[in-house]
Design a protein around this ligand. Structure first.
Ligand code: ZN
Length: 64
């Protein structure tokens, strides 16, 4: 049985990195932080859109 030595991959570029670090470089860390922030922003935007549609539906239903 072949055992792969403990390692992980950089989530940004996929390089093999030691298991005790999260990214291969500070550059990759910055890219991932930015990506996550954009994802959070998109999620909030979607929630806001759903909420707005919900409110519009309620208001149009009540004003009938
Ligand atoms: Zn990287």
């Amino acid at each position: 049985m072949s055992k792969v030595p403990d390692h992980r991959h950089c989530p940004v570029c996929g390089k093999v990195i030691p298991p005790n670090v999260k990214y291969c470089s500070t550059k990759c860390e910055a890219i991932d932080t930015k990506r996550k922030r954009e994802l959070e922003f998109t999620k909030k935007l979607i929630y806001l859109l759903i909420f707005t549609l919900f409110i519009i539906t309620i208001v149009s239903f009540l004003s009938r």
